[in-house]
Write a protein that binds this ligand. Structure first.
Ligand SMILES: [Zn+2]
Length: 314
């Protein structure tokens, strides 16, 4: 048997934000400052709501507990996570604790977090990646409205992450026919949007990517990328090289087209400060990404991939 979990309702496309009906007495949770969130709330047309905008970036379980203790007695009808990963992660955890449904509205794109059962929170100062069915949204609203004004480099990094997640997810050994259908379609939408200059389709492609890889996993490309993240390289940017080299190593059907997209987006090659052998040891501990890789990976394979990334020979 295979299981695929996605939100009950998905509103997407032009005007999704404004055309969605939001229940009265909703609690909106965001990290955005009032001048920004009031613009978004206007666009949503939401009325009769409560606002909690004190979520800290890279939130911890303390942020979740702050929401619970402040709003438990106010009995909100629904909890809306409006923002990037931080706002959504707090709502993913807090809503089921309060026994309330949740609506996730991503204002950034790339991770597909609005579609997944993943939740990243700090516990005792340490980031933890949790995955539980109860973190899934009851409704997700995906609208490209929020892209306006986003710096080009952030847009490029984000679409690179979505494209990497779709294509690595397609190759994952944890996948099934339905996840592969979703990952393949996500790749097609994103490839077309990148190559034919249709960035307004990025959030939609990223959403399908989340539905696909969120029900299986990413693989070698993501495993390689974390040694660069440790040196401060943005996640999406590190995948531009790491996933290209991983696809070459895995003989992925997406290799040529992934590389074409990276060239079109104009990513530069990565630097690695760490010693390659030591970095490879770190990569080898990442069983969560290496075990579902379509072919077994040895330390020698990782060293070879890291050297290719450093040399920019992909
Ligand atoms: Zn990623």
């Amino acid at each position: 048997m295979h299981t695929v979990r996605i939100p009950k309702v998905i509103n997407f496309g032009e005007n999704a934000l404004g055309e969605t009906d939001y229940p009265k007495n909703a609690l909106v949770v965001t990290t955005a400052p009032p001048e920004m969130s009031s613009k978004w709330l206007d666009k949503m047309g939401i009325q009769d709501y409560m606002l909690f905008d004190k979520v800290t970036p890279e939130p911890s379980i303390d942020d979740v507990n702050a929401v619970i203790s402040e709003y438990k007695s106010k009995d909100p009808s629904v909890i809306i996570g409006l923002g990037g990963g931080s706002s959504m992660d707090v709502v993913k955890y807090a809503a089921p604790e309060l026994g309330k449904p949740k609506i996730l509205i991503p204002t950034t794109f790339g991770t597909g977090a609005e579609m997944t059962t993943y939740c990243v929170l700090k516990f005792d100062g340490k980031k933890k990646l949790l995955r539980e069915d109860r973190f899934l949204a009851d409704m997700a609203v995906v609208d490209s409205y929020f892209m306006k004004g986003t710096p080009q480099q952030i847009v490029n990094n984000s679409v690179c992450d979505a494209l990497a997640q779709a294509s690595e997810g397609y190759d994952s050994k944890l996948g099934n026919d339905l996840t592969r259908t979703l990952c393949k379609q996500a790749f097609e939408v994103l490839y077309d949007a990148i190559m034919n200059d249709k960035p307004e389709n990025y959030p939609y492609g990223s959403m399908i990517s989340g539905m696909g890889f969120g029900n299986c996993s990413t693989t070698l490309g993501h495993a390689l990328s974390y040694v660069f993240s440790n040196e401060g390289v943005p996640h999406g940017y590190s995948l531009s090289s790491c996933t290209t080299v991983a696809h070459k190593h895995n003989k992925s059907i997406f290799y040529d087209r992934f590389k074409e997209c990276m060239e079109k987006l104009g990513f530069e090659k990565l630097e690695l400060k760490a010693d390659v052998s030591e970095a490879a040891d770190v990569v080898m501990t990442d069983k969560g990404h290496l075990d579902p890789n379509p072919i077994p990976i040895s330390k020698d394979d990782v060293v070879k991939c890291l050297n290719e990334i450093k040399a920019g020979t992909w």
